[in-house]
Design a protein around this ligand. Structure first.
Ligand SMILES: NC(=O)C1=CN([C@@H]2O[C@H](COP(=O)(O)OP(=O)(O)OC[C@H]3O[C@@H](n4cnc5c(N)ncnc54)[C@H](OP(=O)(O)O)[C@@H]3O)[C@@H](O)[C@H]2O)[C@H](O)CC1
Ligand SMILES: [K+]
Length: 448
């Protein structure tokens, strides 16, 4: 059964694949009315955002082309100089002369790579607005079929598509304007979205337990090893994000961490004797061999919530079934590839495959992080600024998600919340941010 969010149909963060969009169209059964609304929305967006210049609409053979033709009619009514050309006979020289090109060649019905003629047309455009998606962009995966142009903005309908959020699609679309064209919400519900854009609407942060003591807020134990700074960053994030107690478990005599973090030198078996010690982070800076041994030992103990990251993932390279029993995994692309093989052209399918194989909520990190649940629900995150891609930020994310687990969140919403809050904290920190700047910001944005 799919993970169920509250208000799933009306929530505009639901994403529809091109196949699901076609199903919705078929169920709605009134394409002409929807196309009229779509064309009007495109024309309005252009009139609001662009100076009045000669417009050339490149129209394809399907309904994407139909939307473009309707848009041309509305623009002409408003006195805009506009011409429509069938993409098969259009001339690149004419495209190059246009002040604005409306790319209505292919949308959801793209079925193969663009041919040379279509590529030469789209390459010639100097200023382009895309209808639904830039032609050549696969709306399901964000991948390019041969070529796709850079749009100034993209006008899409009903719900965004995964390809608007996944790279390289996200960059090619420019700003994505989502327009309501009167598709009944009940039809979206019947199609059954199973991919979502991450946002606070997907999760509820539990209130901090005002009447509780440090153990009722949950304890996180983070294994520390060869690079103790990584475990410390995770520990700082976990403390700020509301874990009641945070322990660093170090086999050797590591230097003292910050006040407030408990350092334990006890062997793992001894630590596991404490029944309150339920939440574990294994991997950041631990060393691959130590991580493999510790993970195997933790997995022998029933009832633990284990987050595996970094060296714990590398320790399972090529044998991902060793992760069975882990609750959340947070691989970046390299770790993912070592575990499961190449991501391939469909990042959502890859994350789903990994989640199904391991039984763990899979956070496939990147500028377009995908979070997948073992039963297949997937979420794409789009709030991470580019400066979040710096050393140590992954350790912070691990500690943050572990803290949310100790606060009682289920693994999937905890992962969604962690990824979103991580991006929000980085935005607040601004360019030039260091990973160690994030925990203090998390302190105030993770209140329930
Ligand atoms: N609910 C909505 O959101 C609505 C969206 N609308 C718009 O409709 C399009 C989808 O329309 P559709 O007709 O299904 O598909 P396309 O317009 O994208 O194009 C399909 C035709 O294009 C041919 N095709 C596909 N790829 C290529 C290619 N690389 N080279 C040449 N020809 C190609 C395809 O041929 P086949 O051989 O595959 O059949 C089709 O002929 C959506 O994007 C919105 O813009 C509606 O207006 C209403 C509601
Ligand atoms: K298009």
């Amino acid at each position: 059964m799919a993970y169920s969010f509250e208000r799933p149909e009306s929530f505009t963060g639901a994403l529809l694949t091109p196949v699901q969009m076609a199903q919705a169209d078929a169920l709605a059964g009134d394409t002409a009315r929807l196309m009229e609304a779509a064309g009007r929305a495109i024309a309005r967006s252009i009139m609001r955002r662009c100076k009045k210049v000669p417009v050339l609409v490149l129209a394809g053979p399907g309904n994407n082309g139909g939307d473009g033709r309707v848009a041309a009619r509305y623009l002409a009514w408003e006195g805009w100089p506009v011409r429509v050309r069938d993409f098969r006979t259009a001339d690149p020289a004419e495209v190059a002369r246009a002040g604005l090109v409306v790319d209505a060649i292919f949308g959801a019905g793209l079925s193969r790579d663009l041919d040379e003629h279509t590529i030469s047309l789209l390459r010639a455009a100097k200023n382009l607005v895309a209808v639904d998606v830039p032609s050549g962009l696969d709306g399901a995966s964000g991948q390019v079929r041969g070529f796709a142009p850079q749009a100034a903005f993209t006008v899409t309908f009903v719900r965004k598509k995964p390809g608007h959020l996944l790279f390289p699609g996200r960059a090619l679309c420019g700003e994505v304007l989502l327009r309501d064209i009167g598709m009944p919400v009940s039809i979206i519900g019947r199609v059954g979205p199973d991919i979502w854009e991450n946002s606070p609407s997907l999760f509820t942060l539990p209130p901090r337990d005002t009447g509780g003591h440090k153990y009722t807020s949950g304890e996180v134990t983070i294994l520390s090893g060869t690079l103790p700074g990584a475990a410390r960053l995770a520990a700082m994030a976990a403390r700020r994000a509301g874990a009641g107690m945070v322990s660093l478990a170090a086999a050797d005599a590591s230097p003292l961490p910050e006040a407030g973090i408990i350092l334990r030198h006890d062997p793992l078996d001894r630590l596991l004797e404490d029944p309150r010690r339920l939440h574990w982070v294994v991997g950041p800076g631990l060393g691959v061999a130590a991580a493999g041994v510790a993970l195997a030992r933790l997995l022998q103990t029933p009832g633990l919530a284990i987050l595996a990251d970094a060296d714990a993932l590398t320790a399972c390279a090529g044998t991902p079934k060793k992760l069975r029993g882990v609750c959340v995994i947070t691989p970046h692309e390299g770790e993912f590839t070592r575990l499961f093989g190449t991501i391939g052209p469909d990042k959502i399918a890859a994350a789903r495959r990994a989640a199904a194989l391991t039984g763990a909520v899979t956070v496939l990190k990147g500028p377009d992080t995908v979070i997948a649940a073992p039963e297949g629900t997937a979420v794409i995150n789009a709030n991470a600024p580019p400066w979040l891609a710096t050393g140590g930020t992954g350790d912070v994310l691990s500690g943050l998600i572990a803290a949310l687990l100790t606060r009682g969140m289920a693994p999937f919403p905890a992962a969604c919340a962690g990824v979103w809050l991580h991006g929000a904290a980085a935005q607040e920190a601004g360019p030039g941010m260091l990973a160690e700047d994030l925990p203090s910001i998390l302190g105030h944005i993770t209140q329930g």
